[in-house]
Design a protein around this ligand. Structure first.
Ligand SMILES: [Cu+2]
Length: 158
């Protein structure tokens, strides 16, 4: 499927979804990376802030840049960090911030239609239980290092 027809498919999906309410979800500090220039998978990281009064939940994601996009996290199993698909998504409670970061929760992009290159812009649709779909442009940053102090497990939320 070409990028254009994928984009149309994404737009058609958007039109069918419930209309979004006033946007109370803010998506900040987005970036995406892949492990190598030829990798067929990549991941996107960001901060998702809920400034509203109602709890929400990130339940899915889609992008014309990948054949399949899933919400993933890492769990420790027998001392080894393992990546798992989180089908129920991630809660974004009212007034709180969900952190998607290396070694923790992330948006996994599988079957990249083009290899990630530094500075490339990847459109990403985030699907929320209450707020509906929010489309963000994520830029590829292959040089960014994992933040200090978040080596293991989940972040501290700041
Ligand atoms: Cu993953």
């Amino acid at each position: 499927m070409s990028l254009t027809s994928k984009l149309f498919a994404a737009l058609a999906a958007t039109a069918l979804a419930a209309p979004a309410l006033a946007q109370e979800i803010h998506v900040l500090d987005t970036y995406a990376r892949s492990a190598s220039p030829t990798a067929k998978t990549g991941a996107a990281f960001m901060l998702i802030e809920n400034i509203g009064d109602a709890d929400d939940r990130l339940i899915g994601a889609a992008s014309p840049a990948a054949q399949k996009v899933e919400l993933h996290t890492h769990i420790e199993e027998g001392g080894v960090m393992k990546m798992v698909h989180v089908e129920e998504g991630f809660a974004v409670p009212a007034g709180e911030m969900l952190v998607l970061q290396r070694g923790g929760a992330h948006v996994m992009m599988m079957g990249l239609t083009e290899s990630f290159e530094q500075g490339m812009i990847v459109p990403l649709t985030l699907v929320f239980e209450k707020s509906g779909e929010i489309v963000v442009d994520v830029s590829v940053d292959l040089t960014r290092k994992p933040e200090d102090g978040h080596g293991k497990g989940h972040g501290t939320g700041n």
